[in-house]
Design a protein around this ligand. Structure first.
Ligand code: PLP
Length: 454
């Protein structure tokens, strides 16, 4: 029964990103989801909800795709597991590596598979350190990320994450990590700045940090093409051009964390080409399998791989890997998922219905006293609320207004996400969203904001 499950849950299930005390006292019970199809999830009581967040920005192809379920079942029957150490592989893992390389930007041809986005970023930093050691510059170690960036919650990946919640009481960030200005144009300090001026300032801030630390101590810059968890923040005009100029000048590698933006979310297969980014490594996860099974990857550029390969010629095999690297079931899910992404035209749909959602949201909230900004790119939209539109000031965090709005939406059958450390409602639906479903999301958002803010 639900009561039984709730009790077991409260007594035994240690949840991620959860108020543990409240949960174990039964004050923060989440949903118990039973089935899902398309853009909808259904709980044990039969409540069907439109999931406007695709789980955690990950179910790109939508729920319930039998082709992927079959591929997983077949793989489990034929070969549930074999490892990928010392050059071993499976049909699924080898095929998926090729499919990823074919879809990745030019020059990014080698895929190291992991389990989730956090461990992929741990891998990336180890690869960058190894690379610099092979090049004979061991002092080039520090990694720069951005405030409001999200890169996971491991020791290194959590350090790279630029949200204080992920550092507080964990003794993070590690001492090799530095953070720089977020490209958060809406909340810029100087309201008179144009987007291009603000981008130039972000690049100048980055360069000042590099010069302060010493360029010969900085190994890499890691960033999402479009910030996700930190508030769904597309880069302002000219941002990536200005940033990459600084990185090239100081011989600093670029890691594009495309855990959210990879595999269609921005209406393009990857986010990097959309912004003319030329990354040395791309992090992938989520949309790689649409979360039908856990799998992540680090796609490494030929120019980096060449140095790593030279390193192993000189030093023996790379001392890095996971038992579940390239897990056959994840790989089989990935192959079936990428085929569906193509055959259903979902990348194109994301590029059409996503902007429609953002546009309809803008129309619906036009002139609203407490809606400061509505922004989006592809199938990602943010609704930023402010107490005062002139000052762009937020609300008292104690009031927990955005969680209240998300709850008011859930009551009406739509799941959106209260973004951490901000007054932002985030939307990142499956890429198969229809215009009618987008209209439902907008209508429910309007009703929920009216209920909470009047
Ligand atoms: N990088 C980005 C951009 C993410 O959005 C996330 C998760 O949301 C991660 C890394 C971490 O991935 P995971 O939660 O699979 O470890």
């Amino acid at each position: 029964t639900n009561d039984q499950l709730s009790k077991w849950d409260q007594d035994h299930f240690f949840h991620p990103s959860t108020a543990l005390g409240a949960h174990s006292r039964g004050e923060a019970q989440g949903m118990i989801i039973k089935t899902a199809e398309g853009c909808h999830i259904t709980d044990r009581d039969g409540n069907r909800m439109l999931d406007a967040f695709a789980g955690l920005y990950c179910v790109n192809i939508g729920y319930g795709r039998q082709e992927v379920a079959e591929a997983i079942a077949e793989q489990a029957r034929e070969l549930a597991y074999y490892h990928s150490y010392v050059g071993n592989g499976t049909e699924a893992s080898i095929t998926l590596a090729k499919m990823v390389a074919e879809r990745a930007p030019e020059g990014l041809n080698r895929v190291f598979f992991g389990q989730g986005g956090s461990d992929a970023n741990e891998t990336n930093i180890k690869l960058v350190w190894y690379y610099n050691n092979i090049l004979g510059r061991p002092q080039k170690k520090k990694i720069i990320s951005r405030w409001r960036g999200y890169h996971g919650s491991g020791l290194m990946s959590g350090s790279l994450t630029g949200l204080s919640l992920f550092h507080k009481k964990f003794d993070l960030p590690l001492d090799t990590v530095r953070h720089t200005t977020a490209p958060y144009y809406y909340q810029r300090e100087d309201a008179s700045q144009s987007e291009a001026e603000f981008s130039a300032q972000c690049a100048a801030d980055l360069e000042a940090l590099i010069e302060k630390e010493g360029a010969d101590t900085i190994a890499a810059f890691i960033a999402e093409p479009v910030i996700g968890t930190g508030g769904i923040v597309p880069p302002p005009e000219g941002y990536w051009e200005a940033i990459q100029k600084v990185l090239k000048k100081h011989d600093i590698l670029l890691i594009a964390d495309e855990v959210i933006t990879g595999f269609g979310r921005l209406g393009t297969m990857f986010g990097s080409p959309k912004y003319d980014m030329d990354p040395d490594i791309i992090t992938i996860a989520k949309g790689l399998t649409s979360a039908y099974a856990p799998l992540s990857g680090s796609i490494v550029h030929d120019r980096v791989f060449e140095v790593l390969a030279r390193g192993t010629d000189e030093n023996g095999p790379l001392g890095h890997g996971w038992t579940y690297s390239a897990h056959p079931i994840g790989a089989a899910a990935g192959v079936a998922n990428l085929k569906l992404l193509d055959s259903l035209g979902l990348v194109q749909n994301a590029g059409e219905v996503g902007p429609y959602l953002t546009e309809q949201m803008r129309k619906a909230f036009e002139g609203h006293d407490h809606v400061g900004d509505i922004r989006g790119v592809g199938m990602m939209t943010a609704l930023e609320l402010v107490s005062d539109r002139d000052t762009r000031a937020g609300f008292d965090p104690e009031k927990k207004l955005v969680p209240q709005i998300a709850a008011a939406m859930a009551k009406r059958g739509v799941i959106a996400r209260a973004m951490p450390q901000a007054d932002i409602v985030g939307y990142s639906p499956p890429l198969c969203l229809t215009r009618e479903e987008a209209d439902t999301i907008v209508g429910v958002s309007v009703e929920a904001v009216a209920e909470v803010l009047g």
